[in-house]
Design a protein around this ligand. Sequence first.
Ligand code: ASP
Length: 349
Amino acid sequence: MKKVFFLLFLLIFSVSLFAQRLPRVRILATGGTIAGTGASADRAAYTAGELPVKDLIAAVPGLDKVAEITGEQVANVGSQDMTVAIWIKLNKRINEIFKNDEADGIVITHGTDTQEETAYFLSLTVRYDKPVVLTGAMRPATAISADGPKNLYDAVVLAASKEAQGKGVMLEFSESIFTGRDAVKINTTHVEAFNSPNDGPIGQVYDGQVVFYKQLLRKENKSTPFDITGMTSLPEVAVVYLYADAPATGINAAIAKNVKGLVTGGLGNGNLNKVNTTAVEAAVKRGISVVRASRVPSGRVVLHDETDDAKLGTIVSDDLLPQKARILLMLGLTQTMDKAQLQQYFFEY
Ligand code: ASP
């Protein structure tokens, strides 16, 4: 009888222990203003990417009640210095963490300048759909009302939440949740620095609660062909912007550099003026894959409107801005140079 009671006690004890286990969230730090420090309480002359990950975690009271937190420093740069090499390193580490079941979710602290690019790159290349949440700050850690601790807290809440399971790569900023694909930095200095110009946020983190009200229909994570395991670099793709009376200097320089791909930040519906149309013709003849995107912040670039893509040999970016189109083209070119296939990627991913 005693033995039965003891066994029962053991069972209840272990069940309650299991029930109380918090989700495991790994924080991968890459630098940015969230880890930035300055000599004064404002932003004047601060330096991004100074504080180590342990200091970022220590600055957020109550984080240990949300999840079992562990941290790793992957890089410590201002994200204006983000590189393809760091992206490849991040991708490798994220896939390893999920493969080895080291965490239930991942938060990446990152500068805001290129955060949207890293988010899209990861959403196309990470092979798991467990939550990966990017966040950062607009004010350095030493500033009055630094926004980093609150953003980090909300990002951990999101990565640890059951609502985020299966949602893949997201960006959380100022209480809004965006897809890695559609998040765009829309303000240079305000704390509400991100939005998705075509669709808005897909959800919110508020008072420690996660609510989703939309979902991404594009393919991502393991439904893309972009498994970059073993790769150490990506095909070079240049971005060239247009403006009234723009000469073809940018496109000609890209051709001279032997880039594999070119994205134009065109006018209106991705239009090119005459000299740049001629330059694009020359680029296509040289075997360079050219994607027409637009410098306009929202909307789609559509095939065969004012520009005859079939004649020019160009691909359209759909609703990707030039900096995001570059990422998809770099990854697309790891698979194929076929124009129709590359175009299909832009309609699906
Ligand atoms: N230049 C900084 C960075 O991107 C800006 C920021 O984090 O807000 O690292």
